[in-house]
Design a protein around this ligand. Structure first.
Ligand code: ADP
Ligand code: ZN
Ligand code: ZN
Length: 749
């Protein structure tokens, strides 16, 4: 393709991103012009020269060639925030596969005309004694929501309204009734300001342990010597990682730089936020999905102007336009939510390293169960590894019992609770201690099948199993299709059709059958649909409103529950059998986190892992809470089969409304890659192509999905392959099919 024309954006604001102007590329620039470059172009009737950014290049003129103007020249980059963001977008485009526009939309704040901003907050009106006595009264009357709010006000005299209704899960009615009672008042202010005014609390700063100060000193030493690196802190929950982050942030901020803290959305709890606010006061701000586009834009403006030093938020907070970033922290770095699901499918961890490069900043990764990627890079010397080995909150590691479910069946126990788990549950109920039951439910859940012929009821549009709902219907979780539950098997007519694996709802029912009067709370996709009901369930459990909390992977994250002394993992294998190269890693992480939930307080804890594969290394090492042994076995498997992080993998996904067309396009694209294989090279250096094949979920919403995988030792080779495929696609111009790229995919389902 000859680079004759370029699409140029002259004003980096969201509304205009979709309307680039086309310019002609003068001969002398054709070799060098790339998307992401900053150029001068004549604009308007007066042809005034203005700055613009190249977002696309083509060999076709979309308008009247006679009226298309020439690019005046390439502008040398200055070091403005905007240029860094554009450079970052170009990097994302190149490394993850997307258009420049998609990449820009990912990194640039959405400009929304913000109406006059109102900030509501709650201020306490009573003194401490009055508050405590009112709290006592509410607790006696079992007014738990009121009690929750009063407790929060005891900790914090001013609280942003959004936190109350959001993070604390308290209704406006509760706030009103406490306002009537004279306990508090709702204050409304205008304009942007921090959600809350806080007194910085000097005693919040802990004297660091030896292990902690070692990390802080080493990182700072590097920092002040001008060496900015990536550091991995491996330390169990409660080992003081957050304290280390905060100390380092303070140091970096005192050097006139800013810090970004990434936390998975689900762990962004009221407690965590409060901790940062108490430490950094007005200079910290939060970015999360409950903020409106206008509020997000506001936060970005404040960051640009230097009104804040620290931002906390999920993945997208990485793109906060700070002028001079010194430190990026990624807590729970192994979390899958750091990878974007939409195009560009960027990974926040790798992207953070690039942001850090652009700003000359350092990156700190922290986790109790580091991702294979990070630990591998640490062992290769690319990242520096630190460990925190002591738990500072007290508590001992729980005693773990692994139960073989096959043995249970042999012994005639057909219940979903093993005999050991039943025994331990009874003990807790008698002693008034709390338990958590965790259903490791990835992949197919709640589906029904025929006991006679094995037929599974599936969605006619999506090729996934239908889930049974309490109202008796079978529902597809991908497209929403629903049908009445059949009485007899549509295949063989047998009437023995039933649910195959229990969902959280059935577990709750069975538990109540077995232990009449047991108080339960349930946390799953159904009970957490409304905004922040998640937090409300956690606080209710934390306040002792239930004996048993039943839930999916959501319950293994976030909050600490000191009164939990038993954790039951009901079916450890459900996530092992999903046929994905990361399933061992994911199972290990989930089991380790789940087991680690027991015995956080003064009382010792126990855990039961129920499984059909008690000898699987992910189960064995999780039961022992032994990350390093798990890593050593897992990395052998990845190395043997050339899976990331030992090698790199690119998934090319083809979506088509006509099955045959999708299949053909997938084949043509795979053939292009196969033609790039250089047989003169040693096998180890060659490209490997797997597929194409229908994706394991072959159809969603009547769109057919095909996929093939390309593996190679070098990431850059995969980037070249992606570029080649993009070039072909631009030439072929498929009209009804779309293609997406996923580098080092998080799952291959
Ligand atoms: P992590 O982030 O690894 O889960 P935290 O930083 O949250 O660990 O620390 C766990 C608990 O220990 C917190 O309550 C914290 O206040 C406390 N803590 C952390 N560091 C220290 C320290 N040096 N001295 C005393 N308590 C500490
Ligand atoms: Zn049947
Ligand atoms: Zn469907």
């Amino acid at each position: 393709m000859e680079k004759q024309y370029a699409d140029i954006i002259v004003d980096i604001s969201h509304e205009k991103l979709d309307k680039p102007f086309q310019y002609r590329v003068p001969e002398r620039l054709r070799e060098i012009l790339e998307p992401g470059m900053c150029v001068n172009v004549p604009f308007g009737n007066a042809n005034k020269l203005i700055k613009g950014y190249v977002v696309g290049i083509s060999d076709r003129c979309k308008f009247d060639p006679a009226r298309t103007k020439d690019i005046a020249g390439i502008v040398q980059k200055d070091v403005g925030v905007e240029d860094k963001m554009i450079e970052l977008a170009a990097w994302i485009k190149r490394n993850y596969g997307s258009t420049m526009i998609q990449a820009l939309k990912t990194v640039l704040p959405v400009r929304k005309s913000v109406k006059k901003l109102e900030h509501k907050r709650i201020e306490v009106l009573m003194n401490r004694e009055e508050l405590i006595s009112l709290l006592g009264e509410c607790e006696r009357k079992k007014q738990t929501a009121k009690a929750r709010l009063l407790k929060a006000l005891l900790e914090q005299e001013e609280i942003p309204y959004e936190w109350i209704t959001g993070k604390l899960g308290i209704s406006a009615a509760t706030v009103n009734s406490l306002e009537k009672a004279g306990a508090l008042r709702v204050v409304i202010t205008e304009g942007y300001r921090n959600p809350v005014k806080l007194q910085i609390n000097p005693e919040e700063r802990k004297a660091l342990s030896k292990e902690q100060s070692h990390i802080v000193e080493e990182v700072l030493k590097d920092f002040d010597n001008g060496n900015r690196g990536t550091y991995l802190i491996h330390g169990i929950t409660g080992s003081g990682k957050t304290e280390v982050y905060m100390q380092l942030i303070e140091e970096v901020v005192s050097r006139d730089k800013q810090a970004i803290v990434l936390i998975p959305e689900i762990a962004l709890t009221y407690q965590t936020l409060l901790r940062f606010y108490k430490r950094f006061g007005e200079r910290v701000s939060v970015m999360n999905s409950t903020l409106s586009a206008g509020e997000k834009y506001d936060q970005c403006e404040r960051a640009k102007k230097g009104e804040i030093d620290v931002i906390i938020g999920p993945r997208s907070a990485l793109f906060t336009p700070f002028p001079n970033i010194g430190l990026i922290v990624i807590d729970e770095e192994h979390e899958g939510s750091y990878k974007s699901e939409g195009t560009p499918k960027y990974h926040a961890r790798e992207t953070a390293v690039e942001v850090a490069r652009l700003h000359n900043a350092s990156v700190i990764l922290g986790s109790a169960t580091p991702s294979m990627e990070s630990y591998y890079r640490a062992s290769e010397g690319e990242y520096r590894l630190f460990s925190l080995t002591e738990r500072l909150t007290g508590g001992t590691l729980p005693r773990v019992h692994t139960v073989d479910l096959r043995e249970e069946l042999k012994a005639g126990n057909r219940s979903i609770f093993s005999r050991k788990l039943q025994e331990l549950l009874v003990e807790r109920l008698q002693r008034g201690e709390q338990s958590m039951l965790f259903l490791n439910r990835r992949g197919y859940a709640g589906f029904i099948s025929c006991r006679a012929c094995g037929q599974v009821m599936k969605c006619p549009h999506c090729d996934v199993s239908l889930s049974e709902h309490t109202d008796g219907r079978l529902v597809c979780h991908y497209c929403g299709y629903a049908e009445p539950r059949p009485r007899v098997c549509p295949e063989c007519g047998s009437k023995y059709i039933s649910g195959f694996k229990a969902g959280t709802q059935q577990i709750e029912e069975k538990l109540k059958e077995m232990f009449p009067g047991v108080r339960t709370l349930r946390m799953d996709a159904d009970t957490t649909k409304t905004k922040d009901s998640y937090e409300a369930i956690l606080s209710a459990f934390s306040n002792g409103e239930a004996d048993v909390l039943i839930g999916t992977q959501m319950i293994v994250k976030g909050h600490d529950f000191p009164k939990v002394t038993l954790v039951g993992v009901l079916a450890a294998d459900l996530s092992l059998g999903v046929g994905d190269y990361r399933s061992g890693e994911r199972t290990f992480q989930l089991l380790t986190q789940a087991v680690g939930r027991a015995g956080r307080g003064e009382l010792p804890g126990e855990a039961v892992i129920q499984t059909y594969q008690p000898e699987h290394y992910a189960v064995v090492h999780a039961a022992n809470q032994d990350y390093i042994s798990f890593y050593e076995e897992e990395i052998l498997y990845r190395e043997m089969l050339d899976y990331p992080p030992a090698a790199h993998m690119l998934a090319v996904q083809i979506y088509a409304s006509v099955e045959e067309n999708g299949k053909q396009l997938a084949q043509r694209l795979a053939d292009v890659v196969k033609s790039m294989i250089d047989v003169s090279q040693p096998v180890a250096d060659r490209i490997t192509v797997i597929g194409p094949a229908p994706a394991s979920i072959g159809k969603v919403n009547d769109i057919f999905r095909f996929v093939f995988y390309v593996k190679h030792q070098k990431y850059d080779m995969l980037v070249q392959i992606k570029d080649k495929l993009e070039e072909k696609l631009q030439f072929w111009q498929p009209r009804y099919e779309t293609v997406q790229f996923d580098f080092d995919p998080m799952n291959t389902l």
